[in-house]
Design a protein around this ligand. Sequence first.
Ligand SMILES: *Cc1c(COP(=O)(O)O)cnc(C)c1O
Length: 378
Amino acid sequence: MSSIPFIDLQAQQARIRPEIDRRIQDVLNHGKYIMGPEVAELESRLADYVGVQHCIGVASGTDALLMALMAYGVGPGDAVFTTPFTFVATAEVISLLGATPVFVDIDPQTFNICPKSLEQAIAKARAENRGQLIPRGIVPVDLFGLPADYDAINALAKTHGLFVLEDSAQGLGGVYKGRMACSLAHSAATSFFPAKPLGCYGDGGAIFTSDDEFAEKLRSIRVHGKGSNKYDNIRIGVNGRLDTLQAAILLPKFDIFPEEIDKRNAVAEGYSKRLSQVPGLRLPIMPEGYRSAWAQYSLLTERREELQASLKAVGVPTAVYYPKPLHLQTAYGGLGSGEGAFPESEKAAQSIMSLPMHPYLQEEQIAFICDTIRESLR
Ligand SMILES: *Cc1c(COP(=O)(O)O)cnc(C)c1O
């Protein structure tokens, strides 16, 4: 079998290339490269899909997180609770604003922030840090496309007067108890990085909220804190706009996105069905009432290196998300949590591995990958 791509953007492009070309031509013809009509069109379609009032297209998923935190007024002295088992951007933006990320361990079943540990962390921060760090907000991550437990998280936030910003960079297309990912908290951030479930051909992202005032603030922050225009500056902002060309590329991609999410779910079911009897694997779980966007299909194995090598030898790429939890990264050493501080995150980092995942993975490719895994672990 010829080698299998980890993520297949070519197969998707082949399906919709004429429409992408036409949309790019439209932009070249009208010439509105900054905030052209495609941006508003995409924002309106995404807001409808997710089921919120506002979508604000921005320059990246990282900017989406950063700008939302800016709109909450996060700054020095603020504690923001998040998970150490995520892509670095989640915590980075908290630090960038001078606030302090307070890590909370994950639920080993879902790999998402554990509501029980979160409750303890908030209580601890209130007791110990009185007068130093003020708990301000929570940034749960919908890791690998599976929403975090928002009923529990939002309830804690309400009790303690905290904001909740959903990091759904991997989560768009997921569902939690009948509600779409990116609508599960006061605000949400997503990413259109090419490898995400809905990816563009460069960098892009979006923020979602149903709070009119908050959305207005974000539209101002997006353009240098503009008031009536960008030469009237009423707050500190950034240059955080989504490119018109990227919006134009996303529109035809979004046409087939819901179908692609179904296909990703079918691929995940194919993996889980074929791997369920293989000893020594812990497969991803799907709690009742959840649907994942399947940004990644990630399993746990004590024999990771061996398994990765066997798959590589037959042309099957794998990846490790994430090899080192954030509290053990050099950049976050200053926070003072060493080895053993977040055991579930550390355990996951040591044995997790992701299989190829995209909507165009064929049944026989899935069978081949699973057969190789079964053979290798024999
Ligand atoms: C990809 C990702 C981001 C950052 O998105 P970019 O568009 O690459 O800036 C943030 N958080 C998580 C969990 C991600 O996976």
